[in-house]
Design a protein around this ligand. Sequence first.
Ligand SMILES: Cc1cc2nc3c(=O)[nH]c(=O)nc-3n(C[C@H](O)[C@H](O)[C@H](O)COP(=O)(O)O)c2cc1C
Length: 186
Amino acid sequence: MALDLTERVRPTPTVALSSDYTEAMSMLASGVVMVTSRLDGRPWGMTISAFASVSDEPPTILVSLGSGTASASAILAAGSFGVSVLGRHHGAAARHGSTRGASKFLERFVDRHSRDSSPAIAGALAHLDCEVTEQISVADHTIFVGRVRNVRIAEGGEPLVYFRRAYRALAPCNPSFERRIPCLSS
Ligand SMILES: Cc1cc2nc3c(=O)[nH]c(=O)nc-3n(C[C@H](O)[C@H](O)[C@H](O)COP(=O)(O)O)c2cc1C
């Protein structure tokens, strides 16, 4: 029987494309948020970067979560969720919320005094309470579209940034890049 050498030396296009895809996505610097919910009545959260503003009027956002995660199930059951925008000092919370297969209860990271309906990370740059208006199943993820019901904003603060699989902080604002709008101090 003839041996098909081409099959042996070349990875299948799907495998090559998949690793190139994740490598390509790692080149995009993004903010990091914690999607929060409740599990057995306790605060629970998952670290994600697939968060986007969809519309200002009415205020609408989306998040994309692995469909098999406990967070996706909790949001599906509750019909609501929270989004805490993480600051540069939230590395430990971000790692906690992204450890595969680990418990993601958030007691040690939440703001115990917050009046938000969803659990909020203490010191978050902003927190949004959202009600699910649509859920869309795409590949192995579920996109939750959320109507923003309440927003809380911190005074100042610097974001946590994720780039090339590492947490980073923003470089100082360079005034020479900003010809029209001066750097905002935080
Ligand atoms: C910075 C960062 C961003 C992430 N963004 C997403 C995302 O947008 N959607 C997602 O499903 N998982 C994302 N993940 C992976 C999840 O955090 C991780 O797979 C999840 O917490 C595992 O949950 P599980 O233990 O319930 O499987 C991200 C991880 C990190 C470190």
